[in-house]
Design a protein around this ligand. Structure first.
Ligand SMILES: [Fe+2]
Length: 215
């Protein structure tokens, strides 16, 4: 992995936006049933986060949220923030990627609005047919790759280690949700099938998520 570039978030919106119908509702699991806190230290479940990102992605596709593309710095805008939940809108140009990372004590989900993202995720020694022999020679077993085309997505349980990048010529746009809001992230390298944590960082409130590097 190469040097991390500074994150630059667009002007953050720190409360629910009135033009976001999806964010006007509270997921059912926010209503105090502690038995549902099975996904992490939060009353919001992975299923809730997936639902939220899909609904906000539909709003973005319908033109309810402005999207910008910045070839210098990955563009992002926080659409919602409360003690349990952050929701971010991110655009990715071809050369923009997240470094291999986890999400600390947060769980998360993303839905791709348009374009296509590629996710590499750590799977503890397994690999798959999408990994080329050349890539396998560099990374060793343990990383799996999947394409995330428009309308698809991924959920991030605790301990999920991945990187996300746009390998396509056209910009990609995605909606991400985290609960509780990101507060720490660790960054990793994989060499010959071994995952090694290189550093951990605090995430300042309102700082753009998903780490970052320029390929
Ligand atoms: Fe991530």
């Amino acid at each position: 992995m190469t040097a991390v570039t500074p994150e630059r978030a667009d002007t953050p919106v720190t409360s629910a936006t009135p033009d976001s119908p999806a964010l006007a509702f509270l997921p059912r699991s926010l209503h105090g049933d502690r038995r549902r806190w099975h996904d992490g230290p939060t009353p919001v479940s992975l299923a809730d986060l997936t639902t939220i990102t899909r609904q906000v992605a539909a709003e973005v596709a319908a033109g309810l949220h402005e999207v910008r593309v910045d070839h210098t710095h990955r563009w992002s805008r926080r659409l919602h923030a409360d003690p349990h939940l952050d929701v971010w809108l991110i655009s990715w140009t071809t050369e923009q990627a997240a470094e291999l990372h986890d999400h600390g004590g947060s769980i998360g989900a993303l839905t791709v609005v348009r374009g296509e993202l590629t996710e590499w995720r750590w799977t503890s020694g397994r690999t798959d047919d999408q990994v080329t022999a050349e890539e396998l020679a560099v990374c060793g077993p343990g990383l799996r790759r999947r394409a995330l085309p428009a309308s698809s997505g991924a959920a991030f349980p605790l301990g999920h280690v991945h990187d996300v990048s746009n390998r396509r010529p056209e910009p990609a746009v995605s909606v991400h949700a985290y609960s509780p809001p990101l507060s720490t992230m660790s960054y990793y390298e994989v060499e010959r099938g071994t995952l090694t944590r290189r550093r951990s960082e605090l995430v300042e409130p309102g700082a753009s998520p998903e780490g970052g590097q320029v390929l």
